[in-house]
Design a protein around this ligand. Structure first.
Ligand SMILES: C[S@@+](CC[C@H](N)C(=O)[O-])C[C@H]1O[C@@H](n2cnc3c(N)ncnc32)[C@H](O)[C@@H]1O
Length: 466
């Protein structure tokens, strides 16, 4: 009840604020905000489950495929359009000084979350499930975790519950976690569950959070120098280009591989939704199981996701030698060691294996045009004529301003990390493909931010044809 009162008081304050700035607001924005506020109030007061139930529901999401995979395409399109409207409205109604305040402290969201994930607070909330937990109980949980850890870590100082409480209040104010204002208990919600790191959450976002909060964040601090300099902001800040950096820092490299695995764990089902029919058609036409090569495939999580739906298919994962142990451990973990093989290799050299499909997921966006052409030409060199190239990338064109904003983040990340690498438009992909003796057949938008760009090998390159 008290929570409801607080929410209503907040809504009222917001309305007073809006009416005092009415002259600056566009009429449509006020009407739209009223509709949104009413909808949120309805959901908050009437329909919202209890905090305990929300925690239970959040844990349940770990056992189910993401809902967007089950939703029909038209429903997803409406939802995405709705997201864009809300996002643009949020910007339209917020006074510039407030937007500036949020931008000034934006880093606090990443770092605050990272601090909570490093202390495994989200796992503590998951263990408490529908009962929720106080800060003091969380501290006990962390001590026990520290004691149980093998090998036993360097002795750590106990966490100060008062400071932890402040961090959790910050998290609750940002709706990272839920807080019962009457009892002071904190609960997991559908956001914080994404950052749990237990064995039941192979798609945990925590490794990507650590990657962004640490070495990538350092890179962003040198962005202005990276734009002026010949080196990337990442290299200026971390002293090495990203691949040498991971070669020299095994722990960071292992975390990065987990970060890519988390994206890929969610991604394989989306890829299959968009492309499984083509794989099935291959099997029908050639009357044999398909063989997939995941070029620059990391520890092979996408290949593994595909193979789990195609019981006789096999795969070769080609990546840098330092990934081999982690990749092989992963294949055993997912019981696919008999069907996936890791081959250490350099994708700038012609590949030694022949495959039916050549998957390059998030490879080309790491490189400038010259290097991208070199990679594509090396892949093309020994490709059988029946085979297909599948580039999985963020293709920049979109009519949705919200997705445009997200895609620009990914593009900036490429600028920070590699300087001259980028996300590309369909036209740019087409040009790269033509110059490396491929013909683009289709762009298949997948659910989320990514697309498959499908191409087949042809004999003459586009520049020779013209
Ligand atoms: C952004 S990650 C993508 C990993 C994987 N495809 C995925 O989406 O999960 C880029 C990968 O390229 C690999 N890589 C970079 N340079 C390489 C090279 N010269 N030869 C082979 N792999 C390379 C990295 O080790 C890394 O695994």
């Amino acid at each position: 009840m008290r929570q409801t009162q607080i929410k209503l008081a907040r809504t009222l304050r917001f309305w007073l604020f809006l009416s005092s700035h009415k002259s600056e607001m566009k009429g449509f924005a006020i009407v739209a905000v009223a509709v949104v506020v009413l909808a949120v109030a309805l959901q908050t007061v009437v329909l919202r489950p209890s905090l305990g139930q929300q925690a239970r529901n959040a844990l349940q999401t770990l056992k189910e495929p993401p809902p967007e995979l089950a939703a029909p395409g038209w429903a997803l399109q409406i939802a995405e359009a709705g997201l864009a409207v809300l996002d643009q409205l949020g910007v339209a109604v917020k006074p510039a000084p407030l937007r500036a305040f949020e931008a000034l402290f934006g880093f606090g969201l990443t770092q605050g979350l990272a601090a909570l994930a490093r202390m495994e607070v989200f796992d503590g909330l998951a263990e408490a499930a529908e009962n929720g937990t106080t800060c003091e109980e969380l501290v006990v949980f962390m001590r026990k975790r520290d004691r149980d850890r093998r090998p036993i870590p360097i002795r750590r100082l106990p966490v100060d519950p008062e400071l932890l409480c402040r961090l959790l209040d910050f998290a609750a104010a940002n709706q990272f976690v839920n807080k019962d204002q009457d009892t002071g208990r904190f609960y997991l919600n559908e956001f914080s569950v994404l950052f749990t790191q237990g064995a039941d959450n192979l798609a945990s976002v925590a490794p990507m959070l650590f990657h962004n909060a640490d070495e990538i964040n350092l890179g962003w601090t040198r962005l202005h120098d990276g734009i002026r300099d010949k080196l990337s902001a990442f290299e200026l800040a971390n002293g090495d280009d990203v691949w040498s950096f991971y070669d020299k820092n095994p722990e960071k490299s292992a975390n990065f591989n987990l970060a890519m695995r988390s994206i890929s764990a969610n991604f394989a089902p989306a890829l299959l939704l968009g492309y499984a029919d083509d794989f099935k058609e291959f099997v029908r036409q050639y009357k044999r199981p398909l063989h997939l090569c995941d070029v620059g495939g990391g520890i092979g999580s996408v290949a593994a996701g595909i193979l789990s739906d195609f019981p006789n298919a096999t795969a070769t994962v080609i990546d840098m030698a330092h990934m081999e142990t982690q990749a092989n451990e992963y294949f055993e973990q997912v019981h696919l060691q008999d069907r996936i093989k890791f081959v250490p290799g350099n994708f700038f050299q012609p590949l030694a294996v022949e495959c039916d499909y050549y998957l390059l997921k998030h490879i080309i966006h790491d490189w400038n045009d010259t290097s991208s052409l070199d990679i594509l030409k090396a892949v093309r060199a020994n490709m059988p004529s029946h085979s297909k190239l599948l580039l999985v990338e963020t293709v920049m064109e979109t009519r949705n301003p919200y997705f445009e904003r997200l895609k620009r983040f990914v593009d900036m990340q490429m600028l920070v990390v590699f300087r001259d690498a980028k996300e590309r438009t369909q036209h740019e992909f087409n040009a790269l493909l033509e110059f490396s003796r491929f013909q683009m057949k289709r762009r298949i938008p997948l659910r989320g931010l990514f697309d498959i760009v499908e191409a087949i090998p042809v004999e003459t390159s586009g520049n020779q044809q013209s």
